[in-house]
Every structure is written in C-alpha cells, then in structure tokens.
Design a protein around this ligand. Structure first.
Ligand SMILES: Nc1ncnc2c1ncn2[C@@H]1O[C@H](COP(=O)(O)OP(=O)(O)OP(=O)(O)O)[C@@H](O)[C@H]1O
Ligand SMILES: [Mg+2]
Length: 191
C-alpha cells in the first residue's frame, strides 16, 4: 500500500486484522473497497455513503459521515471509519501513518488510532459537540500552531474535524489530509 500524502516512496504494512471486527466484517470491507470505484461517477457523497452502508450491511449505528468516509459506532468506546471515495482511502491510510509517526508532543492532540487496514480505521470515540464559539476557535488556532511547530501541516483543520477527549481537551478526529511531507501532492491544491 502506498502512502500518497506523506511519502510516496514509503511502504508500510497494513495489518488488516482486527480484534474488534469479525473476520466477516473485515472481508465485507475488503469486498466493498474492491468494488467501490464502480459506483462513484456522478454520485453525491450522500449517495456513495448509502451505497457503502447497503453493501456493508453492518449492525452498527452510523454516527456520522463526511464527503469521504462513513463512521460507525462500535459501542465499545471506539468508532469505525470506512472509505467510500479515493480520498477516504488515502485519509484512512494517512491517519494511521501520522498517528504512528508523528512527534510525541503532538500525538496527544490526535484522536487515538486503535486498528486499521485497507479502507478502514478504528479510532477512539470522542465528544463531537463543538460549539462555534470564539473560545473554541482560539483553541483551534493554538492547536494549528502546535502542529506547525512539530512539522505537521494541518490541512483541513476546522471545528467540524475536532472533538473533546475524556479530559475535555480538544483533539483532531479528521486528520486524513494532514501532512509531514513538504513535497506532498495535497499541498499543490493550496499553494
Ligand atoms: N473519533 C470520532 N468520534 C466520534 N465521532 C466521530 C469520530 N470521527 C468521526 N466522527 C463523526 O463522523 C463524521 C465524519 O468523520 P470524518 O470527518 O473523519 O469523515 P470525512 O469523510 O473524512 O470528512 P470530510 O468530509 O471532512 O473529508 C464527523 O463529522 C463526526 O461526526
Ligand atoms: Mg471531516
């Protein structure tokens, strides 16, 4: 598996094994990912999300989705994100990479990754009720500086993509587009 955002030359083993998901559930995700491309053309994120949900047939409740991933509540304090777009695939792989390779000083600001495989990632469930208030924007700005200080460019860091951990500290739940690589192709969209 390639890591397109951070370092395209680097390869990392993706375990694809899970303590939290059954073998059938991992297989269902693998099967969905292998056929995902067929459904995407001319479809909205909502339509792609519905196709993913219907194909996966998981018993878990969906607690959210963005433009790229559908998020299930595993009911044990963890959530499962499954990709329904290429960006979702990259984001899941990138979050696992960033979490496992970032500077220890900023790791505490990232929602912890528990397990991951091709197209999926399991993270700690956090409180996502973030008010759009000046105080929270200030925290977000400080968070941004901390990442930059540690060599991470926090692309797409906004209030929708953060939550609060058990100690009521702000953590990033969607860091799929963050990069530690200044030559990242993602940066070309912004510069
Ligand atoms: N760790 C978490 N704990 C609780 N809820 C979460 C968590 N991660 C994601 N969610 C929920 O799922 C939603 C979508 O997750 P996420 O932002 O990672 O998806 P995405 O498709 O990458 O988003 P985007 O459209 O920003 O690319 C979040 O807005 C949030 O409601
Ligand atoms: Mg998001």
């Amino acid at each position: 598996m390639l890591w397109p955002i951070n370092n395209s030359k680097e390869r990392i083993h993706q375990p694809n094994e899970s303590v939290m998901l059954s073998r059938q559930e991992v297989k269902a995700i693998e099967s969905w990912i292998s056929q995902m491309g067929k459904f995407q053309f001319y479809k909205t994120a909502g339509q792609n999300m519905s196709t993913a949900r219907r194909t996966l047939k998981f018993k878990y409740k969906i607690i959210g989705h963005g433009f790229n991933r559908v998020v299930y509540d595993l009911n044990n304090g963890y959530i499962l994100k499954v990709a329904f777009s290429e960006v979702g695939l990259i984001s899941n792989a990138n979050e696992a990479y960033i979490y496992n390779n970032c500077n220890e000083k900023v790791k505490k600001y990232l929602c912890p990754v528990k397990e991951y495989g091709t197209g999926w990632i399991i993270m700690k469930k956090v409180d996502t009720n973030v008010p759009f208030a000046i105080k929270e924007y200030t925290k977000l700005f400080k968070l941004e500086l901390n990442f930059l200080w540690c060599g991470i460019i926090p692309i797409d860091l906004r209030l929708d993509n953060v939550g609060y951990n058990g100690n009521d500290e702000m953590v990033v739940i969607d860091y799929g587009l963050f990069t530690m690589d200044l030559k990242s192709p993602v940066l070309r969209w912004f510069v």
